[in-house]
Design a protein around this ligand. Structure first.
Ligand code: DX5
Ligand code: ZN
Length: 217
């Protein structure tokens, strides 16, 4: 699966930018609050409008403090998947239950420096695991290959039937990095600058999908 990140799109033309990647599996929406990360992007009103402007399932990545309070709104707005950061969540089990009750999938994200193993139990309540491969906050950063060890462990647990999550990766994914991520066992690839920075976003998406599929075998 490929999830283009609209962080690298033109925010004044979001409906057209979504239409430019019609073939996307998910549309990745980065919500930043200038507290959990040192950057500010968009919030609920934009997601509500975007939901009406595209059929592509929305994958909302909340890089915010107090997701216990705010995550539910994104599920109610019709997001397909709502991901919160384990570093910010007070009661991640309650968040997942509330998201699912509101009709959304629940995602849990870990920053590059956050280990994976302590959260295996917790992930039983979640549908997706979002492994950050850059420090969250900005698009266009360099991919951190060391996070692939976490992907490999997650992949093993999923394949062994001990965990049921979709493994998603976010940050620095492009033509030169997607194959190693696919080999490590990623299911869903977020790509911002590699898609919206390309002359032809739809063609870039197709090429990334082909590379990932070939590498995954
Ligand atoms: C970064 C965001 C990413 C960002 C990725 O904090 O979570 O989703 O859009 O951008 P690229 O693909 O350019 O690294
Ligand atoms: Zn993101």
């Amino acid at each position: 699966m490929i999830a283009p990140s609209i962080l690298s799109a033109d925010f004044a033309r979001l409906a057209e930018e979504a239409a430019a990647v019609q073939d996307a599996d998910w549309l990745h929406v980065d919500v930043m609050d200038a507290h959990f990360v040192p950057n500010l992007t968009l919030g609920l009103p934009v997601v509500e409008s975007l939901r009406k402007a595209t059929e592509i399932p929305l994958d909302c990545h909340l890089m915010i403090e107090n997701p216990d309070r705010w995550a539910i709104g994104y599920a109610e707005a019709g997001a397909h998947n709502v991901t919160v950061h384990v570093e910010a969540a007070e009661d991640p089990v309650a968040i997942a239950k509330n998201l699912r009750a509101a009709g959304s999938q629940a995602g849990l994200s870990i920053k590059p420096g956050t280990p994976f193993e302590p959260y295996v139990e917790l992930l039983q309540h979640y549908d997706t695991l979002l492994v950050m491969s850059v420090e969250p906050g900005f698009g266009g950063q360099r991919f951190m290959p060391e996070v692939l060890d976490k992907v490999r462990v997650a992949r093993r647990l999923v394949d062994a039937g001990e965990l049921r999550v979709l493994v998603e990766i976010d940050g620095g994914i492009g033509a030169d990095t997607i194959e190693q991520a696919a080999e490590a066992g990623v299911d869903c690839f977020v790509a911002g600058s590699a898609i919206y920075g390309a002359e032809d976003p739809a063609a870039a998406l197709t090429a990334l999908r082909a590379s990932a599929a070939a590498a995954r075998g």
